[in-house]
Design a protein around this ligand. Sequence first.
Ligand code: NAP
Length: 642
Amino acid sequence: MRGSADRHGPMADEAMLDLALEGADIAPLLMVLVHLTGERQWLEEVGPHIHGPWNFQQSVPADIQQRVRARMRAVLRDLATGVAPLPAEPPPELLREMLSAGVGGAVPDEYIPMILEEMNLGDRDPKTVHWRTSPDAATLAKFRTVIVGAGVSGLAMAIKLQEAGIPFVLYEKNGTVGGTWLENSYPGCGVDTPNHFYSLSFEPNHDWPDHFSKRDELWQYLERLADQYDIRRHIHFATEVTAARYDEAQALWRITTRDASGRQETIEANALITAVGQLNRPAIPDFPGLADFTGPKFHTARWDHSVSLTGKTVAMIGTGASGMQVGPSIASDVAHLTIFQRSAHWAVHNANYHRSVGAGKMAALKLIPFYDKWYRFQLLWASSDGLHASLHVDPDWQMPDRSLNATNQAFRDQLIDYIREQVNGDEDLLRKVVPPYPPYGKRMLRDNHWYRMLTRDNVDLVTDAIERIAPDGVMTKAGTFWPADVLVLATGFDAQRMLAPMHIVGRGGQTIRELWGDDNPRACLGITVPRFPNLFMLYGPGTNLAHGGSAIYHSECQIRYIMQCLRELLETGAKSMEVRQDPHDRFNDHLDATHAKMVWAHRGVGNWYKNRHGRVVTNSPFRLVDYRAMTERLDRSEYVMV
Ligand code: NAP
């Protein structure tokens, strides 16, 4: 699984190297060549042919590609014979030129530290927080940390605590690790972020079979992590944290757990870290008659694999990211699929979405030194902050309902052209599936052959509102009855009621629900909350990424911040740290003010990001580079340390 281990291994045989060189994408390969040789003339020769971080492959003339691969071949031979040592990081000036040439556009200096961290060119994770003065063994041994949730962020947190020697236990409500990638097993389930970026920066996986891998691969990646780092021995599986109460006098959290047999236990912890995700509790709409439906019915995150859909009439409610993956995956099996769409979602085409990685690129990732790192950089750049500026409202824009600004309108036009082509010019269907609101108002989906699927004879897209669920189908308000043997609820999650159903009581007896209500969570940096000392959240309020990037990137930023908090406690001997009200409010004011000018608060769109008062509570409005800067260093003055 590790990148750095592979590259120091014995050089592969000639045939494998040829395969790797042929399979490598030209832009990251060019970066490797310049990195290994310092031959910057290649940037001048190849760089002008690279226009943007996606789909550059064809634009570099074949003869130039050939020469890059041939030169690379010779360099690899020298490396194999030990003639040339592996250089470390390129010198700053060259690095700057490389970054911009590699993605066909200027990469501002403010991104360089973030990129270097993500690429992780050395053998040690640059985000690791080191002790300044190591606490003594007795202090460390007494300190107790509880993590709630063994999904990707909980596991990553556990790995970092273990690395620092900070004791912890982890409670997981499910029978094994994986979180969202365990619970969601619906047909077609997979990731929408390129996988070689959607993975821990310090644990790359060179075996992803697809550019956007499916659920089983993602889940297995997390299972392997748990084994590789020997984390399972710290986990209480099938055990839910039901409550946590802060004892101010002792500066301890008393945490109540309930195992599968119903047995309750209360344990004490100095620090409580929640890693429960935002998309963890299915939202089941309150349709009249739902309970009386006689056939199988299930939510996408609770897929019932014992039910065969072959030859059945299936009704699916919801057309978000989950529905968009389910529909095309079952349409050819079922007798009929009726899809109920309350509002249309935008979906974009990506050429790699359905492509496997292939043996050549996989070999390149494993065998060509630093190729995996430069490939990650390219994906990071392609799928993170590039679009951010275009998601701001232009106050003078003449079509504010449909788009935000000229760039957003141009993107809208492109998307509509694509959809029109996919639905074979069917203008009636086009009217149903083109959203009235600006692109990115809801999560931008990846077209999973969705539009093509809608043209099938056995698929109907119903846009009339649902009146009720009948025992054998769905009745719309327009009075049409749609029969169904099976009902699939692709209706999303209860995202805004964060940390529910845990009953969390902070200082002075205040509960998190009293503070946040049902749908108005706030935290400083999405991590800490006044009156809740020593409580730290991963993927908390205002941290979901919807402009781009990877949720894992944000988790790693939060983990670094939390590790600094724990270091502060352990090194200073303070018992508790509580974020002051001022920095908390300043952060949230900044967050709200930024959101007010961005797409997710758009009045014409309903999404799971906004609460019932229109406040965007789940998402970060910030660029990745900004959030990194905000979380890179703990400002101790923002905390009351006792
Ligand atoms: P979602 O985006 O919230 O979509 C829920 C769907 O159900 C929407 O179409 C919604 O309609 C509809 N719906 C909800 N209540 C309804 C009601 N009472 N009547 C009719 N329709 C109703 O949920 P999701 O698809 O599970 O996705 C949630 C998030 O999970 C995504 O945004 C993404 O962050 C993550 N996810 C990611 C992937 C991936 O990476 N590929 C896959 C799945 C999920 P409206 O649009 O009108 O509200």
